[in-house]
Design a protein around this ligand. Structure first.
Ligand code: ADP
Ligand code: MG
Length: 705
């Protein structure tokens, strides 16, 4: 659709998606029906069907200007990968080409996989990796400077079938959840629901800065966050940014992002300014987990692209600026049947909703048992700057239930029986002209990492730049395990009603320790959590071992999510990723300090020294200038010492063999050295003449978009 006619969203929403409507229109009825059986019921895909679908997909894409297709996949880098293939096929005798796309090309791709992280699963000389069409997530068109590309969402596996991506385990976990949740529903007499899926809505936080300023900061370019920078006079202390009026430039950005996302069938819904200056958020309407994962990747990609087109840069790093709020990605998760039943919906009177209480206590059990895995699923090097700092959830996992559910659980634990549910009261505004309305039975708690919010859980630890595939894989799997355990018991019970009642009580009692409704940011909570025996995995390096614990290996093997080899490969990749990223940060600091920041300070001291001399010659009081000069010289000396130590230690780090020890070294030694270098330079920024400072300040970056 041309730009001028793009006014009615309803008309162009999903126009770049090979969605259900297009399939119905373009596929023969029989083919459409067969494909839907594969998509909805997991039936094996017939190659003949794939052939017809491929052809229809190609015709549709070419009509819309596509020249290439790509298997779009999500390797263990956390971002997406694509390799474009033109549709052309020069088979004609007259030297002209045909536009072709076969069923085989749709179903299977074979990118040279040797350069993606595989953690020992595949030696580089055994480079074979395959991408396999994920027909549960629709194909779509991307229009950019590379042309119009038909993107086919795929899973990425090695020659021997091990998952080399984020998508495959996620799909496996969705199947596990489906199977176990259906078992549970059947026990409660549900015979109509055919499928259960995890529904996910991810709220994406981000920063926008002007592109020309971004390009003057090597730290932003190489690492996505600032490694130096003194606090500006104003930060976020006035709370005047949150939900504040959206500036013209930001508004233009949001409008363009929405339009692109809507064309791609991504239901971008809620947008607002966030807590920190320069920080914003965009949330879509929730979707099935695998589609939500794809859509979140698209959202990040579109944001980056549009920002660039508008002279801006979108920062997705978890902590772009010290002293300001970092960015997360609240992962809203619920469990929904194909006929619209949300297993996490408590109804008006949760105390007598036995199915809900069983589901809820199963989730408590799941989170308590696997708190370490959930924590790990949100670990990335950027998030280490955020979790546990004063604005993000702590690194300790706990569940917020809110007043109403807490009361029901307390009744269960103390009396063995829940007989009432607290109800929301009428909210009295105290103003006659304002309507009175029913308030929710429960207030919110922003400090909880895993909060029940009415009919879903909100997992708030996830970092803004991270894929949401892993957190949802963990959530689905641990829920599947808890449901399976419960069903194993209940299916054998003579008296179902008694057995389920006992089980709910048992789970509530056994896992009460994971519930915390208080202030998660407080120091008291850290102490209390320790008393309760809850893990406090402060850094990514602390969290990684949980994925290869016996408990994890058993869990993932039981539901066929990961093999032990796949888990070990991921462990290896994560340690390596951590060391590499910190090393890049260290080298960026070395580069900036040696080639730009310290020389600038020296230039300024030279000019100060000249001033001192001139003042002295003119017989004017020069004591202030001399004092500044001394202060600056001291700080330069501190910076130079810290720089020398960082260079030395980083050289040692580079020489170490990849693995846990190296990651620990980077966390404990290099990060400390980096702080030591940053401190004097941030002080220098506050006293060196701005004319001499070689890059934009926090204030320049944050307040001028
Ligand atoms: P908040 O006020 O906490 O930001 P919202 O109601 O705006 O919460 O929802 C935030 C996100 O949660 C959105 O992406 C929304 O689509 C998603 N969401 C809402 N209901 C569900 C649900 N039942 N399951 C999963 N996600 C949901
Ligand atoms: Mg929210």
């Amino acid at each position: 659709m041309s730009e001028e006619t793009r006014t009615n969203v309803a008309e162009y929403f999903g126009e770049d998606v090979f969605n259900d409507a297009v399939m119905q229109e373009r596929l023969p009825k029989k083919v459409y029906k067969e494909l839907k059986k594969t998509i909805n019921d997991g039936k094996d895909l017939d190659p003949m069907i794939a052939e017809v679908v491929a052809n229809a997909m190609k015709d549709w894409a070419v009509e819309k200007g596509a020249t290439h297709y790509t298997h779009w996949f999500q390797p263990l880098t956390g971002i997406t990968a694509e390799k474009h293939e033109a549709f052309i096929s020069p088979t004609r005798a007259d030297g002209k080409i045909l536009m072709e796309f076969s069923g085989k090309e749709l179903i299977k791709g074979e990118p040279d996989a040797s350069s993606f992280p595989s953690g020992g699963l595949r030696a580089t000389f055994e480079a074979r990796g395959y991408t396999a069409w994920d027909c549960t997530s629709p194909a779509f068109l991307k229009h950019d400077s590379a042309g119009t590309i038909l993107c086919i969402p795929t899973a990425f596996c090695s020659y021997t079938g091990e998952a080399l991506d984020m998508k495959t385990p996620l799909l496996r976990s969705m199947e596990a959840l489906n199977t176990q949740a259906l078992r549970l529903l059947r026990l409660f007499g549900n015979t109509t629901s055919k499928k259960v899926t995890a529904s996910v809505g991810a709220e994406q936080e981000y920063f926008l800065v002007e592109r020309d300023k971004y390009l003057k900061r090597k730290d932003l370019i190489y690492t996505g966050h600032t490694l130096f920078g003194a606090m500006p006079p104003k930060g976020q202390e006035l709370d005047d940014q949150y939900f504040g009026i959206i500036s013209d430039n930001v508004g233009k950005f949001m409008t363009a992002v929405n339009k692109e996302l809507w064309s791609l069938g991504v239901s971008a819904k809620t947008q607002h300014n966030e807590v920190a200056p320069g920080q914003h958020e965009l949330a879509p309407i929730y979707n099935e987990a695998n589609i939500a994962v794809d859509h979140n990747q698209l959202m990040m990609e579109v944001m980056k692209k549009v920002a660039e087109q508008q002279g801006l840069t979108c920062l997705l790093h978890e902590k772009p600026f010290n002293g300001m709020n970092g960015s997360g990605k609240h992962n809203n998760w619920s469990i929904v049947t194909d006929d619209g039943i949300n297993l996490l919906d408590p109804g008006k009177t949760p105390h007598d909703n036995i199915q809900f209480l069983l589901v809820l206590t199963c989730i408590l059990k799941a989170v308590d048992t696997h708190a370490d895995l959930l924590r790990e699923s949100a670990a990335d090097p950027g998030n280490d700057y955020r979790l546990g700092a004063n604005e993000a959830p702590p690194a300790i996992l706990s569940v917020f239930l809110g007043e109403q559910l807490q009361d029901v659980i307390t009744q269960l634990i103390t009396t063995g029986e829940a007989t009432s549910s607290k109800q929301g009261e009428v909210m009295k505004t105290g103003v006659k002209t304002l309507p009175d309305f029913m308030k929710d039975a429960t207030d919110r708690n922003r400090t909880s990492p895993f909060a029940f919010t009415g009919n879903k859980f909100e997992f708030r630890m996830v970092g803004s730049s991270d894929s949401i595939a892993e957190p949802n894989t963990v959530l689905n799997t641990i829920a599947a395990e808890a449901f399976a355990d419960a069903c194993d018991r209940l299916e054998k019970a003579d008296n179902f009603d008694d057995a389920v009642h006992d089980l709910i009580k048992e789970y509530a009692k056994a896992h009460e320790r994971i519930i915390f409704n208080g202030n998660g940011y407080s120091d008291e909570w850290v102490k209390e959590a320790e008393k309760r025996g809850l893990p406090n995995l402060k850094s990514m390096v602390d969290a990684i071992p949980s994925i290869v614990s016996d408990k994890a290996v058993k869990l993932y093997d039981r539901f066929k999510i990961f093999t032990k080899a796949e888990l070990e490969s991921r462990e290896e990749i994560k340690y390596e990723e951590y060391s590499k990223l910190v090393n890049i940060e260290a080298r960026t600091m070395i580069d900036m300090a040696s080639k730009s920041l310290i020389p600038a300070c020296i230039r300024y001291s030279k000019s100060l020294a000249d001033t001192v001399l001139a003042l002295k010659e003119a017989d004017v009081d020069y004591s202030a200038a001399k004092e500044s000069l001394a202060e600056i010289s001291d700080l330069i000396a501190d910076a130079k010492n810290a720089l020398a130590k960082l260079i030395d230690d980083d050289d040692k780090g580079i020489a170490m063999e990849d693995g846990r020890d190296k990651a620990v070294y980077y966390r404990d030694v290099i990060k400390k050295d980096m702080d030591e270098l940053r401190a004097p330079i941030d002080k220098l920024e506050m006293i060196v003449d701005k004319e001499f400072w070689p890059m934009p300040s926090y204030g320049d970056l944050l307040f001028e978009v």
